[in-house]
Design a binder for this molecule. Sequence first.
Ligand code: HEC
Length: 253
Amino acid sequence: MRKPSLFTICFVIFIASWIFLRYIVGSLISVPIPNSVIVMYMALILIAILVHISVEDSRLSEFLRPIIETLVDENKKVRRIVLVVLIPLFMLGYTYTNIAQKAGPPGDPRDAHPSPPLELTYKDEVIEDVENPYRHLEKDNPEEFKSHVENGRRVYYDNCFYCHGDHLDGQGHFASALNPLPANFQDPGIIPNFQESFFFWRISKGGPGLPKEGTPWNSAMPIWEDHLEKEEIWDVILFLSEYTGYSYREVGH
Ligand code: HEC
């Protein structure tokens, strides 16, 4: 039998390495190897092959001979035509399988503002009155109201601006690392659509307090009842509407 050409040997080594990495190693260690690792190993193997064939001029020309023959020899016409057809067909198939829409189960529906629980609680204490206990001061005692808003401002800039932003627009330093993004309180669709008690619930229980339809997203919103007093939470709620100029939905509406 004719000795296989250097080109054939290299080609077989390359393909065999790929099959080995892609299908055999994975089943041996029973976890598939990530594609990026396979690409890295294949690049190393390719470099090794290139080094091997290029160390001597004679080896290089032996390697190139079948390629050049295929391209120019009169009697290799059939091989040439087959290649010209096969390579684009292969690329077509490869591209198609990579970009074609794959059928899959529909994603879980997700509700960005899930319904709150029936009872408003702070830690385990049930809050009977769902109105902000300091809201009435806005009319009854504007001075005291202002001091609650100021306290809310302090709470906000001590705890919330990292994520929700200096300007309450959801653009805090951490925001770009978070998915879902922190709420943007400047968005007219947020504050006017919710009662203050809804915010109290969201702030006190955070992402972990979201009901099932609020998942599977991993909200980074912390559980603030572990760190803030009840009054501080009501105060920061006042601050959010004072700063943005939006009013919450009133109870009973
Ligand atoms: C570590 C980042 C982070 C910090 C700090 C943080 N939040 Fe959030 N917050 C989020 C993210 C992310 C969301 C959106 C996902 C969600 O609704 O849970 C969110 C959502 C909210 C919502 C719900 C808004 C809506 O439209 O349903 C409120 C209210 C809120 N945050 C208030 C606060 C307040 C007040 C503070 C400070 C006491 C604070 N957050 C601190 C990340 C943060």
